[in-house]
Design a protein around this ligand. Structure first.
Ligand code: B12
Length: 148
């Protein structure tokens, strides 16, 4: 499957650490490692760094599945992303996961969101990955993984 993993850009009105320190999206890199190990074509889209619009990236890659990560401060943004993705193609499966989805699934109930995952295992099983979901190779991801 073609899988796009997205880290949202915090809303400009949020005062947050992500506005002052941009860490690597470790959570998405962890997922990507296992998915690649299981033969999927994976891209990570870090909207904190991206200049182009989300819909441009969706049209360029045309994923089968999109996984969006986020914290409590990203709920609104994530729902906007889901709407934008479904506007490009209703066939694209949109899933949300991560820290806030794990503790508060109901916050992501939305007509444009198909799956709210409370663990990464849920994603691996949905994508037909073989247990154990371990992918040591993700320690040296190929440069091509990140959209420049
Ligand atoms: C590192 C960190 C940061 C870093 C960001 C790192 C990043 N990746 O961007 C910085 C310092 C920038 C940061 C900022 C903030 N943070 Co912070 N942060 C953390 C911390 C300490 C660790 C999170 C982490 O990286 N864990 C390691 C990764 C690998 O684990 P993970 O994220 O859980 O991901 C795993 C699973 O959740 C799952 N998963 C993740 N994404 C997805 C997506 C899909 C589709 C699926 C299927 C699965 C999946 O798979 C991953 C691998 O196993 C946590 C505390 C904690 N212990 O969790 C607080 C924490 C996440 N932060 C929190 C908050 C509130 C914030 C801020 C809003 C605070 C603020 N006001 O500034 C800001 C962010 C927003 C903003 N507007 O700026 C809260 C979130 C609470 C909530 N319910 O959302 C936490 C839990 C702290 C707390 N106890 O309150 N944070």
């Amino acid at each position: 499957m073609k899988i796009l993993l997205i880290r949202p850009k915090p809303h400009k009105e949020t005062i947050g650490l992500q506005s002052v320190m941009v860490c690597e999206p470790l959570e998405l890199m962890t997922l990507a490692g296992v998915l690649i190990e299981n033969g999927h074509e994976v891209r990570i889209l870090d909207m904190i760094l991206e200049k182009k619009g989300l819909d441009d990236h969706i049209r360029m890659f045309m994923p089968d599945f999109v996984g969006i990560t986020g914290y409590i401060s990203h709920i609104g943004i994530i729902k906007n992303y889901a709407k934008t993705i479904k506007a490009v193609s209703k066939e694209i499966v949109v899933a949300v996961g991560g820290v806030h989805a794990t503790v508060c699934q109901e916050d992501f109930v939305d007509e444009h969101i198909d799956k709210v995952c409370t663990s990464d295992e849920e994603l691996y099983l949905y994508c037909g990955c073989k247990a154990p979901f371990d992918a040591l190779p993700y320690r040296n991801l190929p440069k091509s993984l990140c959209i420049d």
